[in-house]
Design a binder for this molecule. Structure first.
Ligand code: 5AD
Ligand code: SF4
Length: 455
């Protein structure tokens, strides 16, 4: 079969965005074509997220919406594939709730897509042509999480953006009591340095100048080096920094108590390492941190931040927060607000605690009323906004380095890029600067973005 068209929708974190880009490469290698219009596809692929209830409920509503759209306008259904974290967590249940789905694959098994899509298309043809749709859709499922075999089956990247993402590690062994990731992505496992470095060499040859190293828990990176010895995050970053064309390096996500002194030293010495450290704290209360099974205290967290800022005064911190965790009192919450005032985070995500299936926190007594969660979220967001606003205003007058990637949608005379701190910077400048890093003098700053001129 040729000219198969697929439409891919991605939900959730950077890891899913990375997986989706690899899926596109893989399917294109099999002569399949990506289409933007969901009604124009033979195959609909949803790469899904299970982290909060809203994220996973959205997958079922999307499936239903797209299925109905097809029946209405095409009088036939496409092949549906659900991959990623909802696929792992819900498994066969997806076929019960949405029997028109053909393929369910975990994030470790998406390299099986080309073969399964080809089989499913044949089956869908007979389903669509059968009398009164009496024929049932065949179901194929593989939600195994073991190993890193997908990387051996994926093609070499052929095209790269200026900002490239590379997965170095997968899974998580921390078992925070609220979190589904150990169930959806499995145990911690690291790719070998050789594989990562050859992927990055290829990306830099294709034009990438910023590299983001990804993993659920990058501080635990321990892939083997060229001598067969376990490396670490600082080790692999130092090697990435040796690529001449790579000018900027970022990594995500960190875990506070695993953040090593080697990384602090690297932030002191390695100029290519961007000075924004994404260090999710989740709560400022030691009591709640303990109940979350986060293995650090607020004091230890503050100490890491202090060490980082002493090593490099340009460093700023971003973070994640959960409010309304079971048993969180007003005093606990005050401790969170207090941490925000102390650290002055420059970008944060804050979430209401969402009880998730098969996690210890879901079964805890002392679940918090949604009204209180909403009210705390609002108060936290107000405080976070204040520190972000303050930082953005403090940038005015500074010269910052900006990697330009886009033309403004509202005014084509302006181009947009990200500075060292991932803040969007808007500048009136020639499009020929797209894809390059420029020094920009910041002339104004609001909560949402910065404006400036080429320095
Ligand atoms: N409820 C709310 N937020 C959650 N996160 C993870 N699990 C939950 C949950 N059950 C948040 C954490 C994490 C981010 C990716 O999502 O803040 O850092
Ligand atoms: Fe969502 Fe977590 Fe899966 Fe990422 S790893 S897609 S955040 S559930």
């Amino acid at each position: 079969m040729s000219n198969i068209k697929f439409h891919l929708k991605t939900f959730g974190c950077q890891m899913n965005v990375y997986d989706s880009s690899r899926i596109v490469d893989l399917l294109q290698l099999h002569n399949m074509q990506q289409v933007d219009d969901e009604l124009d596809a033979d195959v609909i692929i949803l790469n899904t997220c299970y982290i909060r209830e809203k994220a996973s409920a959205k997958i079922f509503s999307e499936l239903g919406r797209i299925y109905k759209l097809y029946l209405r306008f095409k009088k036939a259904q496409p092949v549906f594939a659900v991959i990623g974290c909802v696929a792992k967590a819900e498994g066969e249940n997806i076929f019960k709730r949405a029997p028109f789905v053909s393929i369910v694959l975990s994030s470790q098994k998406y390299h099986l897509l080309p073969e399964l899509i080809t089989q499913a298309l044949e089956n869908i043809e007979s389903v669509n042509s059968s009398e009164k749709k009496s024929k049932k859709v065949e179901h194929k499922i593989n939600t195994d999480l073991s190993g890193l075999e997908k990387f051996d089956c994926l093609p070499k990247v052929k095209k790269s953006e200026k900002v490239a993402f590379v997965q170095i590690q997968e899974g998580c062994d921390n078992f925070c009591t609220y979190c589904v990731v150990p169930n959806t992505r499995g145990r911690e496992v690291s790719r070998n340095e050789k594989d990562i470095l050859s992927e990055i060499e290829n990306l830099q040859n294709l034009g990438a100048i910023e590299v983001n190293l990804l993993g659920q828990n990058v501080d635990c990176y321990n892939g083997l080096d060229e001598n067969g010895k376990p490396s670490n995050l600082a080790g692999i970053i130092s090697k990435v920094a040796k690529f001449d064309n790579v000018k900027r390096i970022r990594y995500t996500t960190s875990y506070p108590s695993k953040f090593s002194d080697d990384m602090i030293e690297l932030h002191r010495n390695e100029k290519k390492l961007m000075p924004l450290v994404y260090l999710p704290i989740q709560s400022g209360s030691n009591e709640i941190l303990k109940k979350m099974n986060r293995k650090y205290t607020r004091e230890q967290y503050l100490f890491i931040v202090e060490k980082l800022k002493n090593a490099n005064p340009d460093i700023q911190i971003s973070s994640d927060f959960i409010v309304g965790f079971p048993n969180e009192t007003e005093e606990d919450f005050q401790q969170t607000l207090d941490i925000v005032k102390k650290v002055q985070f420059i970008q944060c995500y804050a979430f209401k605690y969402s009880p998730r299936p098969n996690t210890p926190a879901q079964k805890m007594d002392g679940q918090i009323d949604n009204k209180i969660k909403s009210e705390r979220l609002k108060r936290l967001q107000y405080e976070l906004r204040k520190s972000q606003d303050k930082f953005n205003k403090s940038c005015v007058g500074r010269v910052m380095s900006v990697l330009f990637t886009d033309v403004s949608k509202t005014n084509p005379e302006y181009i947009i890029g990200k500075n060292e701190y991932l803040q969007p910077v808007i500048v009136k400048a020639y499009k020929s600067l797209l894809g390059s890093i420029q020094n920009v003098k910041i002339t104004s700053g609001s909560y949402a973005n910065l404006k400036g001129e080429i320095a």
